[in-house]
Structures are given as structure tokens and as C-alpha cells.
Write a protein that binds this ligand. Structure first.
Ligand code: BGC
Length: 479
């Protein structure tokens, strides 16, 4: 008996299936791995990087700060006007980073970024060029760096398709500052923050406690091109924060003072379970990893974030083609969508947002989907596109359920629900914002975890986490 497209799709979808008891098990493993990673730096463990940000904003911060944000796909320069009343106004410019720059030399790359800062200042803050005081700048840099001071961090490795080899192991603040100085900009980088740290700061700045409830912004998370989270931790719970690892800090402060500090930790949870002890591992996950620059690292991220969901679907579709069930007479060679990592996660979003019946009309939804897939009506029928929906749902749901793991685990690890009425989690990123029902599925999955009261956890969008966050980190009181 020949197998139909729907049957095969069902088989593939079942490989991505995930349930509540899996989430519970993943949380337990994450809590264990967190404790280990806070004790010692290990190459394959989550980096758990102290951010040197010790002050959580109150919402009263006031003034204009320059901030830049290197996220993944884009580089943004902005000036952020903090109004001192939990609100802000931002003037920003954005430019895409080309593939050539992402894989070229550090001098070309940081030179390009510095030029964008110059163009922005020329257009929006020309008054700066007649001032003698250097302009303080906060930098959001969304890659793993080993931070040793607020304004110093050595690049551990690239993620999300970047591969600028001569930057690895170097202090990215210094590399960037050299290029700013080469353009004579009189701009000084005073803070380097991960986007998740920025997200936490921005959410804390914007949050107002309501109904007299004791509310704490505990986590800043990104579910976008990549994924990661940062949270507030007491340094006495970070055994690896030792004089040997951070001599400069121990020269300035007593061990007691340090132990009593609270510091934001950048977990780099994209690297949770790099050894795949508990993570689901389909044939497509394995194929996908083979074609990444950071093979066998950031294995959690590769199952969750926007850069990878489209690729997982693409690899499944290629298998359906080779089984003779789809795209039989379509030539995919040379089509940019069908090259490695060419398929955008928006394909999944579009399919998920429409019902199978809507797609089958062959109208709006169908047309939008096949265009995003780089296909024409002769390549794939409305019924075939509709038949793919269970697979898309399974890939998206697995991503959301996995995303719940670190949020629940950190809430438990910090005992936050025992200390606060409401635990607040600020989130940014395209998957969180635009993937249909993503936030609902994350909450649903958290509900399966013992000890988590979902109704006391606020998960909300942190508006412009990276820009506002970098501005807050550069805020003079923080130094
Ligand atoms: C990076 C993190 C970043 C995250 C979200 C990951 O690939 O390693 O530093 O926070 O993407 O942008």
C-alpha cells in the first residue's frame, strides 16, 4: 500500500512531539546544569556569564544615552531619551549586516559599525561634534563573551551564522573602540551588555508595580533569531566568582561585599544540554547541526529559535520530495529559499496562522505561503500545503515547549515565587512576537512544572530591550 503525503507528514510530526512530562524532566535537568555551570566554567556547559550589571533600574532614570545594538541580522544605532517616568523615546537607524561582513575580518566589521555610528551622529546629533566631552555609549552585543568588567568582554564564540575568525578570544569593546577612534568620533564605550541583559533592564525600567503587589523582573529573555536569557543572581550563589577568576574586582572590594551583591547573569542557555542528554534529537536536528559554523554547540537554540525553525521544515520537505510525495517535478537548484538556511521561519508562521480550510481555497493564505516558500502554483497544490500543517504545528510547539524549560527552571532555581507576589519575565524577539500562539504555548508548558504557579508569572514583551537596555547600562549611576 502506498503511503500518502498526509500519512508521512503525520509520521514526521510525531518525531517532533513533546509533552508536559518531558518539560518537567527538562526543567530538572536545567536546574542541575545551572548549579554546575555557576560553580565552574566548562567548555560545553552553559557559560553563565556574570554581566557586571548590578543595578536594576527603578524607572526614574532620566537623560539621553547613545546605544548600539548588534543582534544578529541587523545593526542599530539609537539615542534613547529616558523620561524618568518608566517611559522613553527612541530615535534609531537600522542597517542589515551583509553575509560578507558576518564572515570577513574584524577590522572590516567593526569599521563598518563605527561608520554607522558616525552617520547616525551626523544626521541626528550634529551638536556632538562641537563638544569636548566624550559621548558615553552602551553596546548591546548578542553573542557569548566572557565579560570581565562592564566595559570589557572577550568573545567566546560566534553564533547565528557569524564567523569572523580573527575576533574570537579578543575584547570586542577594544576592537570596536579602535574603529570609533579611527573615525575621530569622541565616543566612549562604557557598557557592553548582552541583549538579554538589556531586555531585563528595559523591562524593569518600564514595569510599575500594580495593586501594591510585590513584583520583580527576574528574567530577560530573547526568542528571536537566537535564544538566550539573563536573570538576577546573588553572587554568593556563584561559586566561580572567585578572586582567581576576577582579580580586579577582588582588589577593589572585600569578599563579604562581593558575596552580598546581586548581579545579572547572562546564561547563554542556547548551550543548554550541548551533549544532548535529554534534548530531543531527530534526524533533521542532526542534519541541521552538521551545516552550522558552531557545530555541536548551542544545541538548545538550534531546536528553538528563528534562525533554525525554517531550516528544520526545509529539511523535512526535502525528505518528502525524495520520498516522491511532494515537489516531484520542481527544480530547486539555484532557488535561494531552497539553499541551506534559505527558508525563513515566517513560512511556518504563515502556515500556522491559517486554517487548513483557508489554505485550501487557493487564495490569500495559500498565495502568501507559496511565495514565502519560493514556489509557484505549478509546484505545490493548496491541498498539499494544507497537508503540511500538522508538521509545522509540531515544530512550532516543540520550540515553545522547550522555551518554557529555562523560564520555569530559573524561577525555581531562584525561589522567586517564594519571595515575590508576582514574578515578571520580559521577552523580546521575533519568534515571541510574531509566531502564532507562541507565548500561550510557553505558558501552557510551564503549567506542567511542579512548583510553578503560572498565574503568578507575568510574561510580557520588553519593548526595544536591546536599545533601551544598553542605554540603561550606560547610565552614569551604574558605573
Ligand atoms: C547568543 C546570545 C544572544 C541570543 C539572542 C544567541 O545566539 O549566543 O548571546 O543573547 O542569541 O540574541
Amino acid at each position: 500500500m502506498t503511503i500518502t503525503l498526509s500519512q508521512k507528514v503525520g509520521e514526521f510530526a510525531s518525531e517532533f512531539a513533546i509533552d508536559g512530562s518531558y518539560v518537567q524532566q527538562g526543567v530538572k535537568h536545567f536546574v542541575d546544569q545551572t548549579a554546575q555551570a555557576l560553580s565552574a566554567n566548562m567548555e560545553r556547559a552553559m557559560p553563565m556569564i556574570p554581566s557586571f550589571v548590578t543595578r536594576i533600574p527603578t524607572g526614574k532614570e532620566k537623560g539621553v544615552q547613545l546605544a548600539v545594538d548588534l543582534g544578529g541580522t541587523n545593526f542599530r544605532v539609537s539615542s534613547v531619551h529616558l523620561n524618568g517616568d518608566h517611559t522613553h523615546k527612541t530615535v534609531a537607524s537600522k542597517v542589515a549586516v551583509s553575509d560578507d561582513l558576518m564572515t570577513g575580518t574584524q577590522a572590516d566589521f567593526f569599521g563598518f559599525l563605527a561608520q554607522q555610528v558616525k552617520d547616525f551622529l551626523t544626521e541626528h546629533h550634529s551638536e556632538h561634534f562641537s563638544q569636548t566631552e566624550p559621548l558615553r555609549m552602551g553596546v548591546t552585543f548578542s553573542f557569548p563573551v566572557n565579560q570581565v568588567a562592564l566595559d570589557k568582554g572577550y568573545l567566546l564564540r560566534w553564533t547565528k551564522g557569524y564567523d569572523i575568525k580573527d575576533a574570537v578570544g579578543k575584547d570586542v569593546v577594544e576592537l570596536f573602540q579602535i574603529q570609533l577612534d579611527a573615525l575621530d568620533l569622541n565616543v566612549k564605550i562604557v557598557a557592553l551588555v548582552n541583549d538579554t541583559v538589556g531586555t531585563l533592564l528595559a523591562r524593569a525600567y518600564a514595569s510599575k508595580s500594580d495593586d501594591g503587589k510585590h513584583k520583580q523582573t527576574l528574567i530577560g529573555a530573547i526568542f528571536g533569531t537566537g535564544t538566550n536569557g539573563a536573570y538576577s543572581e546573588r553572587l554568593k550563589r556563584v561559586p566561580k566568582f572567585t578572586a582567581a577568576n576576577y582579580p580586579e574586582v577582588f582588589k577593589r572590594y572585600s569578599p563579604e561585599h562581593i558575596a552580598n551583591q546581586t548581579m545579572i547573569i547572562n546564561t547563554e542557555w542556547g548551550s543548554y544540554d550541548n551533549d544532548i542528554d535529554v534534548l530531543p534529537n531527530t534526524k533533521w536536528d542532526i542534519d541541521l547541526d552538521e551545516n552550522t559554523h558552531n557545530k555541536s554547540f548551542h544545541m538548545f537554540e538550534k531546536r528553538i529559535s528563528g534562525m533554525f525553525l525554517g531550516e528544520l521544515l526545509r529539511l523535512c520537505l526535502l525528505d518528502l520530495k525524495s520520498e516522491g510525495l511532494l515537489l516531484q517535478s520542481t527544480k530547486l537548484e539555484g532557488n535561494p529559499v531552497w539553499k541551506g538556511f534559505g527558508m525563513d521561519t515566517s513560512v511556518l508562521s504563515f502556515i500556522e496562522a491559517a486554517t487548513e480550510a483557508q489554505i485550501e481555497t487557493g487564495k490569500g493564505d495559500y498565495e502568501k505561503i507559496i511565495k514565502a516558500m519560493g514556489l509557484a502554483a505549478k509546484d505545490i497544490t493548496p491541498e498539499q500545503v494544507a497537508a503540511l500543517k500538522p508538521l509545522v504545528t509540531a515544530i512550532g510547539r516543540r520550540s515553545a515547549y522547550l522555551s518554557a524549560i529555562p523560564l520555569a527552571a530559573i524561577t525555581l532555581h531562584t525561589h522567586a515565587l517564594e519571595k515575590f507576589d508576582v514574578v515578571d519575565i520580559g521577552v523580546d524577539g521575533s519568534v515571541f512576537q510574531f509566531y502564532p500562539k507562541f507565548a500561550d504555548m510557553v505558558k501552557e508548558a510551564m503549567g506542567y512544572v511542579e512548583g510553578i504557579s503560572v498565574d503568578r508569572i507575568d510574561i510580557g514583551h520588553a519593548e526595544d530591550g536591546s536599545g533601551v537596555g544598553a542605554a540603561l547600562a550606560a547610565y552614569p549611576d551604574d558605573s
